[in-house]
Design a protein around this ligand. Structure first.
Ligand code: 4AD
Ligand code: MG
Length: 497
């Protein structure tokens, strides 16, 4: 058996491929099967004259997603998908699929999400999962090469770390347990044993809002480093993101192409220094006239683009009636693209006034909302690290600066409107200050006694951060919603499939 990805090694030779029918058409005495096998897609051509009657029957009985085995000769063919074509001599059908619900026509998101178990087979979904896999591998490689030890933090926990409003609670024998919102507190304990560690695991938050950035179950990578201050923390995060992005650019070109990802900003991210500024500076930019002007200009250029697209639409629609078959297909494709783009433009135009108002009226001391991050990150081609946050809006474990007003936290925001992908900080390492914080936050000191021990026995300056895997995948793939970045997303209102 040969995999489609390896066809280049078998040109002019006979191969056996095993997979599924991705697409299928017949014309007279030829059948064209676009076959997928998990590693890629290739076109198989069955000519009636070249095969037995039995095989011809089998080939013409196929339907989308039928499973089959094909024997044929590999021909190099530039015009063909993947650069090869299979001239088929034999076909063995394993199962003729029932009418497959996901057809090449447009489907609504709810329908696709209800069929997620099948939707995973579609090209773009396939490509996104390959990129996800590459990112996971790049993260492990990055940390392992730097002698970080990967350690697992528990999923059942007895204490909240990221606020009590998003806790999932569950029975734990006679007791209550929570699903971990973060592995950080355990990460800190492990860093005191091993120096440099990272966790890589699922985390859970009862997010009641439906946004394109929030899941209730997501994967987080949390390095924790003894003797690291905020600057070292930032440098590590920057190096890690550069490593992730350059690995994907190098190894997943084909997938990025399938996703129609414009990679110009990713290329800058891989090579150019990130932007860094304090919360203070970020707020000034948000409230500035320049930002308001930028949004006005954006709205204007979107409106113009919409007019141009509508004109093009009218013109190609006129042409459609008398067009040849191949051209009709081209026009249909273009119309699909135009309508998707117009939907996007209309959404932007609906959003811009609100974004503008929210940016202009932003008050110092508030957390950056999703739209504020979006507006901020329209202005940069590389990630932005925002530091020195108002202490009140950040977690109790963050160390504060000399004024005691600002937390030594850092958020890394991704460009192109993607927003926060990393949250991190230098940690408070003083026992008394930490006891005070726990009291202020109204947390139950008893369940944090073990955590306070880390400040009692050899406390050191230390730092860490958490990278959200799904948000990173969304950004790298250019996907508009995190639901397409994980095989089976969990969100409010979505527990199946
Ligand atoms: O900023 P957060 O809440 O930070 C922490 O949990 C720290 N304890 C991490 C640390 O310092 N070790 O979350 C970190 C990242 C966010 O930047 C975001 O990328 C992701 O986790 N994230 C989510 N991703 C998807 N859905 C959600 N509901 C998310 N909440 C956070
Ligand atoms: Mg955060």
């Amino acid at each position: 058996m040969t995999y489609i990805k390896k066809l280049a090694d078998h040109v002019d030779k006979e191969v056996t491929l095993k997979g599924w029918v991705y697409n299928f058409r017949s014309s007279g005495s030829l059948v064209f099967i676009e076959m997928r096998d998990g590693t890629g897609i290739t076109q198989c051509v069955v000519a009636k004259d070249d095969v037995s009657e039995y095989v011809w029957e089998a080939a013409t009985s196929l339907k989308q997603e039928s499973s089959l085995e094909v024997v044929g000769t590999v021909k190099a063919d530039e015009r063909s998908i993947g650069g090869h074509e299979i001239h088929v001599s034999n076909v063995k059908v394993h199962q003729v699929a029932e009418n497959y619900p996901i057809t090449p026509k447009e489907h609504g998101v709810e329908f696709l999400m209800n069929n997620r178990h099948l939707w995973l087979r579609s090209q773009k979904q396939w490509a996104a999962m390959r990129v996800r896999n590459e990112i996971i591998y790049a993260i492990h490689t990055f940390f392992q090469e730097r002698d970080f030890v990967q350690m697992d933090s528990p999923i059942f926990t007895g204490n909240a770390a990221e606020g009590s409003t998003t806790l999932f609670e569950t029975d734990y024998f006679e007791d209550k347990a929570y699903l971990a919102q973060t592995g950080q507190l355990y990460g800190e304990a492990m860093a005191m044993a091993h120096g440099l560690i990272y966790t890589f695991g699922p985390t859970f938050r009862a997010e009641k809002s439906k946004t394109r950035r929030h899941l209730t179950e997501f994967w987080m990578i949390e390095p924790e480093m003894a003797y690291y201050d905020l600057d070292m923390n930032m440098d590590l995060a920057e190096d890690m993101i550069k490593a992730i992005v350059s690995t994907v650019l190098e190894k997943r070109k084909d997938e990025l192409e399938i996703l129609e990802r414009d990679t110009s900003s990713l290329e800058k991210t891989a090579t150019e220094p990130f932007e860094r500024m304090t919360y203070d500076e970020a707020v000034k930019i948000l409230k500035s006239d320049e930002t308001a002007d930028m949004l006005d200009e954006m709205a204007e250029s979107r409106r113009q683009e919409q007019v141009d697209l509508e004109k093009e639409w009218e013109e190609i629609k006129k042409e459609h009636g008398s067009a040849k078959k191949w051209r009709k297909a081209q026009i249909d494709q273009r119309i699909k693209e135009i309508s998707a783009r117009i939907d996007q433009i209309e959404e932007d135009l609906r959003n811009i006034p609100g974004w503008k108002e929210s940016a202009r009226n932003f008050e110092w001391g508030n957390d950056l909302g999703g739209s504020d991050e979006t507006v901020l990150m329209m202005q940069y081609d590389v990630p932005l690290i925002v530091t020195h946050w108002p202490a009140e809006i950040k977690a109790f474990y963050m160390k504060r600066d000399d004024t005691n007003k600002l937390a030594l936290g850092m958020d890394v925001l991704a460009p192109e409107g993607y927003g926060e992908i990393i949250g991190g900080s230098q940690r408070e390492d003083d026992l008394e200050v930490m006891e005070e914080r726990i009291k202020e936050e109204g947390l139950d000191k008893e369940v944090f006694e073990w955590y306070l021990d880390l400040r009692r026995f050899g406390s050191v300056p230390h730092s860490g951060y958490g990278l959200g895997l799904e948000r990173t995948v969304a950004w790298v793939c250019g996907l508009s919603h995190v639901r397409e970045t994980i095989p089976f997303p969990r969100m409010m209102g979505r527990l199946t499939p």
